[in-house]
Design a binder for this molecule. Structure first.
Ligand SMILES: [Zn+2]
Length: 114
């Protein structure tokens, strides 16, 4: 009974290049396996640039999204920080007058200066 050689995978992973080449020369099973591997390798080389381009585009998209998120959140937080009416409404539910802030005011709600 002719048993198929199973050494190829072990030699491919663990042995050095010369040992693998020597065995491929002697063994027809492993030679066929090696030719199959060469075809797969060539196919991968052919497809590689397409995938690399795809990943590069994804990276650019991620950077663009991060920049947009930073600009948007920076603008919104800046608006809230510098417009006290908005921040007062968020914190206290209403805008604060000079009287609410504990300043001396006249009957019109204006700051009283003596
Ligand atoms: Zn073999």
């Amino acid at each position: 009974m002719n048993k198929k050689c199973t050494k190829y995978e072990g030699l491919f992973i663990f042995a050095d290049e010369a040992t693998l080449e020597q065995h491929i020369k002697e063994c027809p099973d492993c030679r066929a396996e090696h030719e199959k591997m060469q075809k797969v390798s060539a196919l991968l080389q052919e497809v590689k640039p397409v995938y690399m381009q795809k990943y590069a585009r994804m990276a650019q998209l991620k950077i663009a999204c991060a920049v947009c998120a930073m600009l948007l959140s920076g603008t919104v937080l800046g608006l809230i920080n510098f417009n006290t009416d908005i921040s007062d409404t968020i914190r206290y539910g209403t805008t604060l007058s000079a009287e609410d802030l504990g300043l001396p005011v006249d009957s019109y709600g204006l700051i009283l200066v003596e």
